[in-house]
Design a protein around this ligand. Structure first.
Ligand code: GLY
Ligand code: MN
Ligand code: MN
Length: 308
């Protein structure tokens, strides 16, 4: 709870000790009752008149319980994105954690190059990748997507027991987490011959990504970056196969503000960290997505992930 002069972090006994150890000037309150009763006690103690809450995170049943628990008359005000907007711009230490995640992420892709082979099933590759990550005492930021052959036409394919074939392509979308900060990249692996259409699609997706990255700088509308990639793919007659948004902010969560989408109201600011991930998915045949992470600087976008 954020008050004009004090900040309270309410948690239960499972986390209170850890929170006290790490939270510096934030007052840690260990909830002995329900979270709602503990909020109500604090509201009474600090004589709060108006209480804002994030209406995208408080489900209706919790809102009702909070209202019921309050013992004094309090105006409840629904808000959106107060914290997310602050979080969209990263501090140096946050970018440093993201860079660290990307550093090990790079090693994962180098390792994948040595194990993605015909005859291996997707879940066998996942098993090896998981062991590699654990052996290095690292963690994933989300369950990896390993989609081979026609499975790659599903943007968020589930891992299957499909065995990789001689001339397959394999899409790997994964992320690593360091101190809570996440990475999220997608790379394509090719085994053997690359069919002409696949090559053309890959070149178009890579060019769409380059053009979009070149647009990124402070003051630019996020939706204009999206339309830059989208329009290019339309020109190449591939627009109908680019079904999701171009990218998203990333930090403590894999998907955070700002969204790079046709509907995004966001304006880019220095210090934002974004993914740029155009994709073309031809139903039943194959899909290609290339996802990189960039930092918005005063000069433009600095690619953090580089070529892997
Ligand atoms: N891996 C989820 C995404 O690329 O947004
Ligand atoms: Mn991804
Ligand atoms: Mn992503």
């Amino acid at each position: 709870m954020i008050l004009p002069r004090h900040v309270y972090y309410l948690t239960d006994s499972r986390y209170s000790l850890d929170a006290r150890r790490h939270f510096g000037r934030i007052n840690v309150v260990e909830c002995k009752k329900s979270a709602f009763d503990s909020v109500a006690d604090l509201v009474s103690k600090r004589k709060v008149h108006s209480l804002g809450f994030d209406e995208r995170h408080l489900v209706v049943v919790s809102f009702r319980r909070l209202k019921k628990a309050l013992t004094r008359k309090v105006r409840l005000i629904g808000t959106q994105g107060l914290i997310e907007n602050i979080r969209a711009v990263k501090r140096e230490n946050e970018v440093a954690a993201i860079r660290k995640a990307l550093c090990f992420h790079n090693e994962c892709y180098q390792y994948l190059k040595t194990i993605i082979r015909p005859g291996q099933a997707e879940h066998q590759i996942l098993e090896k990748l998981e062991r590699f990550v654990l052996r290095h005492q690292q963690i994933f930021s989300f369950p990896p997507i390993i989609a081979s052959g026609p499975n790659s036409c599903l943007p968020h394919a589930r891992i299957s027991d499909r065995k990789i074939k001689k001339n397959d392509l394999v899409l790997v979308d994964m992320g690593i987490e360091v101190n809570g900060y996440k990475s999220d990249l997608t790379r394509m692996f090719f085994l053997g011959k690359i069919p002409h259409l696949v090559r053309e699609v890959c070149e178009a997706v890579a060019q769409a990504q380059r053009l979009a990255i070149a647009q990124i700088k402070p003051g630019v509308l996020a939706k204009d970056v999206d339309s830059c990639a989208r329009n290019f793919l339309k020109e190449k007659k591939l627009g109908a196969y680019f079904s999701h948004s171009l990218g998203h902010g990333i930090g403590l969560e894999v998907h955070e503000k700002p969204g790079l989408s046709p509907r995004s109201p966001s304006v880019l600011e220095k210090g934002m960290v974004l993914t740029v991930e155009p994709g073309v998915y031809i139903p039943g045949r194959f899909g290609v997505r290339i996802e990189d992470m960039v930092l918005v600087t005063s000069q433009g976008a600095k690619v953090l992930s580089g070529l892997i």
